[in-house]
Design a protein around this ligand. Structure first.
Ligand SMILES: Cc1cc2nc3c(=O)[nH]c(=O)nc-3n(C[C@H](O)[C@H](O)[C@H](O)COP(=O)(O)OP(=O)(O)OC[C@H]3O[C@@H](n4cnc5c(N)ncnc54)[C@H](O)[C@@H]3O)c2cc1C
Length: 372
């Protein structure tokens, strides 16, 4: 079954690439990462061609929950343990930049994507996580982050997080990229890439630089450690009453839900209960996961009627941070968002556009694909 977002979005169609072409930069992949990269390059006056195998935002970017969170999927204490406090703070600020960019691009380009800033609720699944959530809130509070701890619910509310309609956002941003001069071809699967060429069927794009924005599918074109992992969701018909005030994620980000302004409830995740099955590129729902999503729904909104069930493929990196930069073979990459691309990719699109243009950026080392 298709996602609620794709079902609601007819979308323009862009013709496949049929003839050889040239560009300053060729981008492979038309999810949020590719489209944001195209947008930023085109706005900087760079001649850009984007090649998408399916349609814009048809893969993970059209199948997610639409949360715009700050930070990585884990709480801040866990992020400090993994990246060190200094880098965890740099990553946090980078995702705040992502939020600010989304806000600005939506306003400037008049993108109708139901963008709202109702905050997010981070909920503990066990005692250890609760301790970390409390400590994270205390630490980030000292950085002027607006966060509120709710002891009775063992949760922390991050007041400035956002939510949106991901397909409308990405497809309208694609339109803005085209208005700024980018070319987009759908139905155009790249079968081979090098640092200055992309092969699509019998046509070729010769380019000054090539950027892979192929997330879960990156290892089909380059030697990079991106692992395909499945995520599943469901959506219901609109409910007249409010069940959830704001997007929530629990159990270290493995379980999440939100209620849209129109009353529809969305529930996703529970991958941690079937980690052995939820790998690979198959966009297929399973009863094992969907039963869990149904179980949660029955507890909180037993009268809600499920209208959509879907699956999408995420691209996991080895350390849960995206790979953004130039690879050893000279091809650039902007991928590996580890289930968090709406939180990162508008800003990594800006970052890779700068890197390709030779603009120095202080964040480059954080996301370099060459890191250990
Ligand atoms: C169920 C689910 C819930 C999620 N919830 C959230 C959330 O709430 N917040 C959040 O931040 N993130 C969330 N994510 C993760 C988020 O959706 C992804 O991180 C993000 O969409 C990745 O964007 P992308 O552009 O890198 O990849 P994609 O959207 O997967 O785009 C990659 C594109 O590359 C194309 N492609 C691949 N190979 C080729 C080729 N050879 N030639 C041409 N094109 C090619 C594909 O067709 C695809 O369109 C969720 C993901 C899932 C599955």
């Amino acid at each position: 079954m298709t996602s609620i977002w794709l079902d609601e979005s007819a979308g323009e169609r862009y013709a496949p690439l049929r003839e050889d072409a040239t560009a300053d930069v060729a981008i492979v992949g038309g999810g949020i990462a590719g489209v944001a990269t195209a947008y930023h390059l085109a706005r900087a006056g760079v001649g850009t061609i984007l090649l998408e195998a399916r349609t814009i935002a048809e893969a993970a970017s059209g199948r997610n929950a639409g949360f715009l969170l700050a930070g990585v999927a884990e709480n801040f204490v866990a992020a400090c343990r993994r990246y060190g406090e200094k880098n965890a703070l740099r990553i946090w600020r980078f995702t705040k930049r992502n939020q600010a960019l989304v806000r600005a691009l939506v306003r400037e380009n008049e993108i109708a994507c139901d963008l709202a800033w109702n905050g997010s609720d981070q909920i503990a699944g066990d005692d250890e996580e609760w301790d970390e959530i409390e400590a994270s809130a205390e630490r980030l509070g000292r950085e002027d982050v607006r966060v509120r701890v709710i002891g009775s619910k063992r949760s922390a509310i991050y007041e400035d997080d956002g939510e949106l309609h991901p397909v409308r956002y990405v497809r309208e941003l694609a339109r803005s990229a085209i208005a700024a001069g980018a070319r987009i071809h759908e139905g155009s699967r790249a079968r081979a890439v090098s640092c200055d060429e992309v092969e699509v069927g019998s046509a070729r794009v010769r380019a000054g630089s090539v950027v892979l924005c192929t997330n879960a599918y990156t290892s089909q074109l380059a030697a990079l450690r991106v692992k395909p992992v499945r995520g599943q969701m469901l959506a219901t018909a609109p409910l007249a009453r409010r069940v959830f005030e704001r997007p929530a994620y629990a159990n270290r980000g493995y379980r999440y839900w939100r209620q849209r302004a129109d009353g529809r409830v969305l529930v996703g995740g529970w991958r941690d209960t079937a980690a052995d099955e939820e790998i690979g590129e198959e966009e297929r729902t399973t009863t094992r996961i969907q039963d869990q999503l149904d179980g949660f729904l029955r507890e909180h909104a037993p009268d809600a009627l499920v209208t959509h069930r879907w699956a999408g493929t995420m691209g996991f990196s080895h350390d849960a941070l995206p790979y953004v930069g130039r690879m050893a073979n000279g091809v650039y990459v902007n991928a590996g968002f580890t289930g968090h691309g709406m939180a990162f990719a508008t800003a990594t699109g800006e970052l890779i556009a700068d890197i390709v243009r030779g603009v120095r950026r202080p964040e480059t080392d954080l996301f370099t694909p060459e890191r250990p």
